[in-house]
Design a protein around this ligand. Structure first.
Ligand code: F6P
Length: 474
């Protein structure tokens, strides 16, 4: 790569680019990548003339940098072995379970750790090339925790922020990681560290103190004469943009068509998740199946659409989950569907934003039941699309979103009876009560949208005194 490549004042790095490369019938195609990170950062990047460094979603050589949707995209290559060891292995079979309450056991392999280090170094080197003198570099998520320190070593002039889109675990779980000290050291290369909740930031500060002996004061950590701040800053969505899509007459027409396709049921429920064991899809289906068994309601008066976006399909725990979910859906449909009416319409696919906005508008009850989730932007998307202030959000207390969306029907998904009660309450509450709740939920998302979140993050990052200023101040 020549030295004549352009550099940028604002650069972000995430494991994936906002688009994934796929070989289609007409050659190479770029499709929007899955997950909340892309949903949020896509609109933050618009109009900033920044660069995005990330993986193209396929093993092999990296494509040349290219522009897409007003962003400068800089692909990073991952070999097939690195996809297996860094992405599927260390990121998603070691860190992911540890950071999500060990819902499934974590797997530890030294080979995976070595690949994680190698790939993080590659990201840091690419960032060092793309960032202009004194640039702001914003690193994202658990796949890139070593990048801040690696980048600081090569480019001490840049300002480095890191945001964790998933929970940060309690010290008792984090301590299981044989490489915990390296991860903490990697993160402390940043100037500012953002977490979804204050609780996550506290977990991190506690890990710094208890496991590595760092001195902490309030939300700051002293690191070799520097101060690093670690604070809770909950992510959000682009409320105005999604709401205007939801107001589009075409989207509203589509919402009506969806309801009609179920025979206009009294209650249409919806679940939208990546097919991940953290999302509590099994718990949700169990509660729904039991409500049908109890005769609380029956198709065609009620129906459930469950969208399960394919995810990490080569990781064992995800394969097992897919089989379990599909078996359960089969049982429910076998027992409770009628010739005319399907109890659960299960879709193992992803849909574009307009179709999602129509589904959110079509659904009377949104079921968000994770066992642990950093935020859950689906919950925020649903309330944004309820432009008539109706509908009901049934929300797990173990999501980051529950901290801000206390007017939802909050529940503990492990408590199946409690979850069933909340669903019934959401259905039976008066329209006035549902509207009262929905108005407040919408206000919460409207007043703290993704632009505000990004502004707060970048202000906090700029507010940390530079290394020179900190040294001069002694
Ligand atoms: O925030 C969690 C996260 O892992 C993001 O980093 C990612 O964009 C999304 O979920 C989807 O995961 P994956 O990139 O592994 O498909």
């Amino acid at each position: 790569m020549s030295d004549t490549r352009p550099t940028y004042d604002f650069v972000i790095a995430a494991n994936r680019l906002p688009v994934d490369r796929a070989e289609g019938e007409n050659g190479t195609e770029w499709k929007r990548s899955p997950g909340g990170l892309v949903t949020a950062m896509d609109s933050v990047m618009r109009g900033r003339d920044g660069a995005w460094v990330g993986w193209s979603g396929e093993p092999g050589e990296a494509p040349e940098p290219f522009d897409d949707s007003g962003m400068h995209l800089h692909p990073v290559a991952l070999s097939a072995e690195e996809v297996r060891d860094y992405y599927e292995g260390f990121s998603n079979d070691t860190l992911w379970p540890i950071y999500h309450d060990v819902i499934v056991p974590a797997t530890f392999h030294r080979r995976w750790w070595a690949a994680y280090r190698t790939v993080n170094q590659r990201f840091a080197e690419e960032l060092a090339k793309v960032a202009a003198e004194g640039a702001t570099v914003w690193v994202h998520d658990y796949q890139l925790q070593l990048v801040p320190a690696m980048l600081r070593k090569i480019r001490p002039d840049v300002r480095i922020g890191w945001f964790n889109h998933i929970p940060f675990p309690p010290v008792e779980l984090f301590a299981q990681l044989p490489w915990r000290g390296h991860l903490i050291g990697g993160l402390l290369g940043a100037d500012f560290l953002g977490f979804q909740r204050e609780d996550d930031a506290w977990n991190f500060q506690r890990a710094c103190r208890q496991l590595e002996g760092y001195e902490t004061e309030g939300d700051t950590i002293r690191v070799e004469g520097r101060t690093v701040r670690a604070a809770g800053l909950p992510i959000s969505i682009d409320f105005a943009d999604l709401e205007s899509l939801a107001r589009d007459p075409e989207v509203q027409k589509r919402a009506e068509e969806i309801r009609e396709s179920f025979g206009n049921p009294q209650v249409l429920m919806l679940g939208v998740d990546r097919l991940d064991y953290t999302k509590g899809i099994r718990h949700r289906l169990k509660a729904y199946g039991e409500l049908l068994r109890d005769g609380e309601f029956t198709p065609p008066d009620v129906a459930l659409i469950q969208i399960a976006v394919p995810s990490r399909e080569r990781v064992e725990a995800y394969k097992t989950l897919k089989d379990e979910i599909e078996l359960t859906v089969g049982h429910i449909n076998g027992d409770y569907s009628t010739v005319e009416a399907t109890a659960v319409r299960y879709l193992h696919q992803s849909f574009d934003r307009a179709e999602m906005a129509a589904m959110y508008q079509a659904a009377d009850i949104m079921l968000v039941t994770p066992l642990r989730d950093g935020m859950n932007l689906v919950a925020k998307e649903y309330v944004t699309c309820r432009i008539h202030d109706d509908g009901a959000l049934v929300l797990s207390e173990f999501t980051g979103a529950a901290t801000e969306l206390g007017d939802a029907y909050i529940h503990n998904p492990h408590d199946i009876q409690g979850l069933k009660n909340r669903i019934v309450q959401a259905i039976k509450d008066s329209p006035e009560e549902r509207t009262r709740r929905m108005k407040r939920l919408r206000d919460a998302v409207r007043s703290h949208d993704v632009q505000k979140w990004a502004g707060e993050f970048l202000d906090a990052l700029q507010a940390v005194p530079s290394d020179e200023a900190q040294k001069a101040a002694g």
